[in-house]
Design a protein around this ligand. Structure first.
Ligand SMILES: Nc1ncnc2c1ncn2[C@@H]1O[C@H](COP(=O)(O)OP(=O)(O)OP(=O)(O)O)[C@@H](O)[C@H]1O
Length: 630
């Protein structure tokens, strides 16, 4: 093939611009990225060769080499991995296929500082070479292809790239960086070794560099023909726990997660028994930008006997723990394990259950610690990941109890950090249920009239304002034998919490108000399911509640907002006969305006609960009429 010129996809041009401009202060990461690609290419070859050993040609040892030429001002990252065909080179080095890239780009439009962090999280890949190079040349040949099917790809990183066919006897890829003016500091074995040590020690393949000797004449170190391994090439998780320092664990986390912050916690275990595996799992301290993407690649990499297999192994971690990062290395799975097999394997199931339990106990250790610093850590974790963890209640039946204990809520007692165990420990004598209310915001929840009687009696109510809460409640009905009970559903049965006098007073009030209740029912008609005298209001004239088993008004609103059909639940109007407005309704002077007042009472109650009026203009006309007439 003669030389062909291709244009970069528009997104690539944007990425190139951002990477070279935003990452200038951290330019050495180009080596981490290119070494990581080279190592991936070797992993891919090993994987494909499981079915086709001929791909190894005459070179079964996979390795990476880093070379530099001080005179030509080039650095070469060489691997004998899978390589690329011409089509692959055009596709992989000219377009961006990765999901989430668009979102990532959109986020980068923000301020510069945020940018650098985000780029770090994302992994910038091949194009990071252009931070230090004004030209990149890639010479590659796909494993198994003849020597004359090599490809040279080259670009100055602005607009387009060229591709031509070359002879390349050795399989794999050379990425050659032609350094920009002023980047000569990287033309040093010491410098390159130190960057490899910092970012790429965990790469389990040997990274080789030429040995150097002192040249008396030149008064400089000069390269020899001998090669030495410059990384540890020992996967950290395979080493014994007692030989690994905390700093090494932290470094490894940074290398695999691109997260500059220390993790919240980690756990490293060799599990023996029916299935044998090693797990090194981390819980990050901060949520990644794509936490809400339930389909994103998982953060846990699967290895089989130190051979990398795949990194989107959702079979290894439940979706609600998608923020966990780390490595699972199995001793039992076959090397050619496929995705389908992963889903079905009993060994994988055991690994998944074991790993889930580990993560939960790691979280429990932080959550239950008496140390204030740990408590703060857990509060911060909950802010970042609490909503995701709540998804687990429906997803992971076996760990429901443990998960519920990890949850934290707002309540009428404290604005945050209330666990169900805290709640239970504060329950009043005779209280059986855990009471809650759902609302769109904390302010709306706090202002809800349904809370009045609970406030008066000093009974704590959980204020549930996260979007996932309604969904969570459809799976979590009780905690340690105490039913989770909405204060806005059904009739309040305070049971033993009410004394005899109060019960009697309530019955009398209901009896005395019966004629009024009947009149209201007749006036409001279809708009309500029922009208009754309340036991839950102290200061408000009325409130609406839904029947036990009906969809809460809050959930109905959420479903509607999400464009879903919400079952239409008629509300029940509860009135407080002590209130002046209700008394006015009942008074003879109120007779003329009865329908207006009744409607207003109902509409007020709807609004107070966060609802919307079906006919707001009628509401406004009604108020005007009452103001003028009254
Ligand atoms: N040394 C290499 N050998 C073979 N293929 C390569 C090599 N370097 C890059 N590629 C190909 O080019 C693609 C793009 O690389 P790039 O680094 O931009 O993204 P990535 O590796 O997919 O993502 P990330 O770097 O975030 O992990 C790779 O997915 C791979 O297919």
């Amino acid at each position: 093939m003669s030389k062909q010129t291709h244009s970069f996809q528009a997104e690539v041009q944007q990425i190139l611009h951002l990477v070279t401009h935003s990452l200038y202060s951290n330019k050495e990461i180009f080596l981490r990225e290119l070494v990581s690609n080279a190592s991936d290419a070797c992993d891919k070859l090993r994987f494909e060769a499981l079915d086709n050993a001929a791909l190894y040609e005459d070179q079964p040892n996979l390795e990476l080499r880093v070379l530099f030429d001080a005179e030509a001002k080039t650095i070469t990252i060489r691997d004998n991995g899978i390589g690329m065909s011409a089509e692959e080179a055009v596709a992989h080095l000219g377009t961006i296929a990765k999901s989430g890239t668009r979102e990532f780009m959109a986020r980068l439009e923000g301020d510069q500082k945020k940018d650098a962090n985000l780029i770090g999280q994302f992994g910038v890949g091949f194009y990071s070479g252009f931070i230090v190079a004004d030209r990149m040349t890639v010479e590659t040949r796909r494993a198994g292809a003849p020597a004359d099917q090599g490809v040279r790809w080259s670009s100055t990183g602005s607009g387009d790239f060229e591709v031509e066919t070359i002879d390349k006897p050795g399989r794999g890829t050379d990425v050659i960086l032609h350094l920009r003016e002023g980047e000569e500091e990287f033309l040093s074995a010491w410098k390159l070794k130190s960057i490899i040590g910092k970012y790429s020690d965990h790469i389990s393949l040997p990274i080789l560099m030429r040995k150097e000797t002192w040249d008396e004449e030149k008064k400089a170190q000069v390269p020899t023909d001998e090669w030495e391994t410059v990384n540890k090439a020992a996967a950290l998780w395979t080493r014994s726990k007692s030989d690994i320092t905390d700093a090494e664990y932290q470094d490894f986390y940074k290398q695999i997660s691109y997260d500059q912050q220390a993790p919240l916690a980690y756990t490293h275990n060799r599990v023996e028994g029916r299935t044998e595996y090693t797990q090194l799992l981390y819980v990050p301290a901060k949520a990644p930008f794509d936490l809400w993407n339930r389909d994103k690649r998982g953060g846990v990499k699967l290895y089989v006997k130190r051979v990398f297999i795949m990194d989107d192994a959702e079979a290894l971690m439940p979706v609600y723990l998608r923020f966990v990062k780390g490595v699972i290395d199995s001793a039992d799975l076959p090397l050619n394990v496929s995705r389908e097999l992963l889903q079905e394997s009993r060994d994988v199931k055991a690994i998944r259950e074991g790993s889930t339990k580990r993560v939960l106990s790691m979280l429990e250790d932080v959550a239950n610690s008496d140390e204030p610093s740990q408590k703060d850590k857990y509060a911060a974790f909950w802010k970042e990941f609490g909503q995701v963890l709540k998804e687990g209640i429906g997803e992971d039946f076996a760990n429901r109890e443990r998960l519920a204990k990890l949850f934290r809520f707002a309540s009428t007692h404290a604005d945050e950090g209330v666990s169900l165990a805290d709640y239970v420990s504060r329950m009043k004598e005779g209280q059986d249920a855990v009471y809650y209310i759902t609302a769109d915001s904390l302010a709306a929840a706090k202002g809800s009239p349904q809370l009045e009687i609970f406030r008066k009696k000093g009974i704590e109510v959980l204020l549930l304002v996260d979007r996932v809460d309604e969904w969570m409640l459809s799976h979590l009905y009780e905690f340690e034998g105490h039913a989770l009970t909405s204060v806005a559903k059904g009739a309040v049965d305070l049971g033993k919490l009410q004394d005899e006098d109060e019960k009697k007073a309530a019955e009398q009030a209901a009896e005395a108000s019966k004629p009024l209740v009947d009149k209201l029912k007749a006036s409001l008609g279809e708009r309500v399911k029922d009208v009754r005298v309340t036991t839950r209001l102290v200061d408000s004239p009325a409130c609406v509640v839904v029947d036990e088993g009906d969809v809460s008004a809050h959930l109905a609103r959420m479903l509607k907002a999400a464009g879903q059909e919400a079952p239409k639940a008629q509300p029940i109007l509860e009135i407080n006969p002590q209130h002046a407005l209700v008394r006015r309704l009942d008074a003879p002077e109120g007779a003329e305006q009865f329908d207006d007042l009744a409607a207003l009472l109902f509409e007020q109650a709807l609004l107070a609960e966060g609802g919307q009026l079906e006919d707001p203009s009628a509401f406004v006309r009604r108020i005007s009429r009452l103001l003028v007439g009254g």
